[in-house]
Design a protein around this ligand. Structure first.
Ligand SMILES: [Zn+2]
Length: 153
């Protein structure tokens, strides 16, 4: 089988940030890298899970809702994939992510979709961990720019 594009990225050069992973027609896949690959520190399942609920809820409640295709964690627990239609510019995506992470960083109360009948593992949530991850990524993104969205090779 051929090696898929996302495995061809040199993960040893990847730092925390937001990258354009691939573009397929009008669908743009962003690589939101929250941990350094193979760095020994990974998102916990609970934090990642709660982050997913809050991130998806937030972006699907913005004016961009119709352009959001998918939000989900990477199996390696070092980040998220974010798929949107290309009617949102890369710069708008950075702003949307900053707004999303600001929302998550200060979220309190009941995690959306975390009732037993709404979720596949409703006991495995970690709001404190999700908030810390959002805070950390806000630091990373505070001076993020279009130029930085391209993978280094
Ligand atoms: Zn869930």
């Amino acid at each position: 089988m051929k090696k898929i594009a996302s495995f061809s990225v040199n993960h040893d050069l990847l730092e925390k940030g937001v990258y354009i992973s691939r573009i397929d027609g009008d669908v743009v896949t962003y690589d939101i890298r929250m941990k350094i690959p193979n760095g020994g520190d990974y998102l916990s399942n609970g934090a990642m899970h709660t982050f997913e609920h809050l991130f998806a809820t937030y972006v699907r409640n913005t004016d961009y809702s119709d352009s959001i295709i998918y939000v989900g964690p990477m199996g390696c627990r070092t980040g998220f994939y974010f798929l949107v239609r290309d009617n949102i510019s890369h710069e708008e995506v950075i702003t949307l992510l900053v707004n999303s992470f600001t929302f998550i960083a200060s979220f309190s109360g009941e995690i959306p979709g975390s009732k037993r009948e709404e979720c596949g593992n409703y006991l495995e949530h970690d709001l404190v961990g999700a908030r810390q991850t959002a805070e950390d990524m806000l630091n990373v993104l505070k001076d993020w720019s279009l130029e930085k969205m391209e993978y280094k090779s």
